[in-house]
Design a protein around this ligand. Structure first.
Ligand code: HEM
Length: 270
């Protein structure tokens, strides 16, 4: 379709695409004229769509699919599993990548603005490295706990308490660092919410997908050739379940901090 064919109908709607200010049914439509505003709205929009896809599937797995699969007889379950999970996991894990990348880039823009306003351009890099470092260490601790879930850490309550201690400690560390640099509610909120999102993202790739890959293959072998599930299947299924359930609970504070960033000023730096 030529550009004219695309632009002409918009003129009929009263939208002057080439001008700075446009009229649409009495409403003034004026797009911002700087590239950064376009990038930011694109990032936010992408972040929302991918985040909805990711969390929508996570809630589906936890609230609908796991109880549903339990009710099926083992042969049918293997068939359903091998057909449903590869597609669902594809959208799930790649949506987590897009959410994280868009959120991280947006966070970088916020930190850069604040660092320039404070007259210390290098602050952005320091803040990002410290933020990432703290949340990576938190993730490795959590990963270690999940790997030990065949023992006492398989108890969901104990694991939940330990994870709460680790993420609270990480949140406290990043807030203490950023607060010393006059950070705004926006960056402080995202430092915590985005950190929780980072743990969740690493959980998806580092634990859930690694276990699911094998579980899908074993279920396919059972459905197609009657090959029995290996003994370690139960351990991997439990690990994947605990990691997903952890992500489910972490998504609630995460969404609070995402929402509070621009709409609920309750944090401020010194
Ligand atoms: C499951 C993961 C995530 C979901 C569902 C999610 C969701 C959201 C939502 C709904 C908003 C809009 C808030 C509003 O405008 O009221 C938002 C904003 C934002 N998110 Fe996330 N997010 C996730 C992960 C992350 C991560 C990992 C980061 C960064 C490292 C991040 C950085 C941001 C930033 C910078 C904003 C803009 C805040 C503002 O404009 O004040 N997000 N996110």
């Amino acid at each position: 379709m030529s550009l004219c064919a695309f632009v002409a109908p918009l003129y009929f709607l009263g939208v002057n695409v080439l001008g700075g200010v446009h009229i649409l049914g009495g409403v003034n439509v004026a797009f911002p004229q700087n590239a950064s505003a376009h990038e930011q709205v694109f990032l936010r929009w992408t972040h929302f769509i991918a985040g909805t896809t990711w969390l929508g599937l996570l809630y589906f797995f936890l609230l609908v699919n796991t109880p549903f699969l339990k009710e099926l007889e083992s042969g049918t379950r293997a068939k359903v599993y091998a057909t449903l999970m590869p597609r669902a996991m594809w959208w799930f894990r790649w949506a987590s990548v897009v959410t994280w990348l868009a959120g991280f880039r947006y966070f970088q823009i916020l930190l850069k603005e604040e660092a320039f306003n404070a007259g210390r351009p290098m602050l952005m890099l320091h803040s990002l490295l410290i933020w990432l470092g703290v949340w990576l260490v938190a993730y490795f601790l959590i990963h270690g706990m999940l790997m030990g879930s065949a023992g006492p850490l398989g108890n969901g309550w104990l694991l939940g308490v330990l994870v709460a201690v680790v993420v609270s400690g990480a949140a406290w560390l990043v807030l203490s660092f950023l607060a010393g640099h006059e950070a705004s509610n926006r960056t402080l909120s995202i430092a915590v919410g985005g950190g929780l999102g980072t743990i969740m993202f690493l959980n998806v790739w580092g634990m859930v997908w690694r276990c699911q890959k094998k579980l899908i293959a074993w279920n396919r072998a059972l459905a197609e050739h009657g090959t029995p599930m290996p003994p370690e299947a139960a351990t991997l299924a439990r690990r994947a379940y605990l990691a997903s359930r952890m992500n489910f609970w972490l998504s609630f504070p995460l969404l609070f901090f995402m929402a509070a960033a621009s709409h609920y000023p309750f944090l401020s730096g010194k």
